[in-house]
Structure formats: structure tokens, C-alpha cells
Design a protein around this ligand. Sequence first.
Ligand code: TRP
Length: 396
Amino acid sequence: MADTESVEEQEVTPWIVRGSEKGINYSKLIDQFGSQPIDPPLLARIERVIKQKPHRFLRRGVFFSHRDMELVLNNYETQKPFYLYTGRGPSSEAMHLGHLVPFIFTKYLQDVFDVPLVVQMTDDEKFLWKDLTLEETNRLAYENAKDIIACGFDIKKTFIFSDLDYMAQRREFYENILKVRKLVTFNQVKGIFGLNESDSTGKIAFPAVQAVPSFSNTFPDIFGKRKDIFCLIPCAIDQDPYFRMTRDVAPRLGYLKPALLHSTFFNALQGPKSKMSASDPNSAIYLTDSPEVIKSKVTKYAYSGGQDTVEEHRAKGGDTSVDVSYQYLTFFMEDDDRLAEIKEAYEKGEMLTGELKKILIEVLQNLVAEHQRRRAEVTDEMVKEFMTPRKLNFSC
Ligand code: TRP
């Protein structure tokens, strides 16, 4: 990196997300990572192929970047099978709204394309990175699986696995990990992930574990020995380094490169400069929050793009580009027309921050209550079935 012009003021890896003053510059990230934007022509093609309006996350740029999505659409059009792969690092019991975003979207993709899904719970990763025991991260994998199941995945088409458990169940998983490790050097891991000589060898060896669910023969129960079933990975953009590495090694192993759909980050209530964290319960809306707690968190903490006084707000209007309540609505309010009305009214100063927050509170209260209702219906037997290696309702 001799060119000082390109010294990055933003850094995005799976463990560090650092933007500039104004937050993350996503189009710059596309350049940095070498992915493709999800642009209007691609959106139009998606709409033609699936014969319906694309998901609001696509319409509104929540999923904004991709790799090889055209190939996925080609496959679908020619009725070639593919599968979905996503995951979660089980580091805490407390999942928040941001954690739900990739799963809501993955559930939509499963419905629209009618394809199998594998969900990796990286209990091994969280053991290596956090101060947690293996027993604890493994327990959290099963706890978090309930929240994932509550998103509505099809039990006949979905396999959720803990790395710790699946590693002991299917040798194909470890074989693929070894094949990847044989090709990836320490220098590459340093370059791709920003790890260095002082990091544990556990961390340095881990990336292969997240790579190999991209290869269909990692799942013999679902795909048999086939290594040519194409994989699509919906994930937040910070996970892309794993899959750049995966795409780099895939051809040398005779495997297909996985396709990707990348999302932006979900901001903390306090806005893009602060991070949602389990140590500050007021930084996020948790899936366990009561309607009262949701109301008070949004009221007290959601960063406002409104003006300081009502008079000033009526005169100048609010700034939806920084207003967290408005941003949350872009994620969770389905109705495009209603959202556009709100934007206009808020920017003109006709709508006050309190009114905007009231709308958001209702949307979130419904969403979270609905999630809690579905989670309460998830039994231990269901978790066990989702997490047992087995044939899925899929033929190839
Ligand atoms: N490393 C991810 C996390 O900490 C979990 C994960 C594993 C994942 N495999 C994935 C996320 C595939 C997205 C896609 O949350």
C-alpha cells in the first residue's frame, strides 16, 4: 500500500467496524472490497425473475452489495438447484433487532426461491474470541437457534448446526476445513483479516471453518457427494473477508465460488457513531424487551434528526438522513407510500420527532411481540430436529 491517497480512514473486518465521522461510506466499501453494487438494473432483473416486488431490504438499499447475484438468477431461471448459507456467532443470550435483519432476509429468500438453507452457529469462534467456555458458547448456540427458528424457517428445508457438534458428526466438514487450510497462508490471513503474530493460532486457523459451509459436499446428508451445488450467502458486509478468502481458494479445490448478498450495518439507537453492545442495554432493542421498555428506549435514546425547539423544527424540518427512528422505519415499515409520506412530513417540519417516534414504537412493539409469540412456540424437539444432520426436502 504505497499509495498514501488510498490510506483508509474506514476499517471493516469481522471484528472491527470503524467509520469516519459520518459513519460508514458504503460505496467506498464496495470499491475497497471489490464487490458489486445492487443497482437498479439488477433490482429490475430480480423483480422479473421472481415475478414480484423485491423485499423492502432490497428496495431500500439495506442489502446494497453483492457478488455473482446474476449467476444465482441464471441458476434459478434454468432450474438448477442452489442453497443458502448464513450464520450467527453465539456470544450472548441477548439478541437484538440488528441480529434479526439477515435472518428475516434469509427467510424471505428461502420462501421466494424455495431452496434449502444451512445456518452455522460458530460456538468455536466465540470461544476463541470471547472470554467464554466451550460449554457456554455451545449452550448459547442452541439458545440462539430458537430465535432463528422463530423467524419462520421451513423445518423440512433448514439445517442449523453448531460447529462443535457438527465437527464430531461429519468428517466431510473437517476434511474441507483441512483442504482450505492447506491452501491459505498466514500471510493471506494477515492481509485479509488484519490478524498478526500475537493472535492465537486458533484465530488464525478459524477462517476455514466459516469458509467451508459454502461447499455443498460439506453436507453429505443434504447434497450427497455433489460439490457443484451453488451457494448464496446473505450476510452483513463485515463478513465478506471470510468469503473473499473462500472465493479465492474454491477454484483450486474444484469447488464453486459462493455468491453473496451484503447488508449495511444496523445502527445503535444513539446513531452510527456508537455501537450496539450487550454491555449497554440502552444501545439496542432486544428481542426480549417489553412494549414499555421499547417505548422508553425509543423515546429516551433514539438519536433525533429533529430541531431543538418546535418553532425551529416547523421552520427548518427534520433530517431523515441522521434520524435513527426514521432509519429504523426504513428497515421495518413495509408500506412504501406511508414511509414516503412520513419522510416528506418530517423533512417539511409538519411531523415532529415525538410523532415519528410514536409511529416507530408501534411498529417495533408489534414486531417484537410477534417474535416473542413465535419463539415461545419453538419446542426443544423442534430445535433438536433443525439441528440434526439429515436429508432435507430437496433433490439434486
Ligand atoms: N462469524 C459470524 C458472526 O460472528 C457468524 C457466521 C458464520 C456467519 N457463518 C456465517 C454470518 C455466514 C453470515 C454468513 O456473527
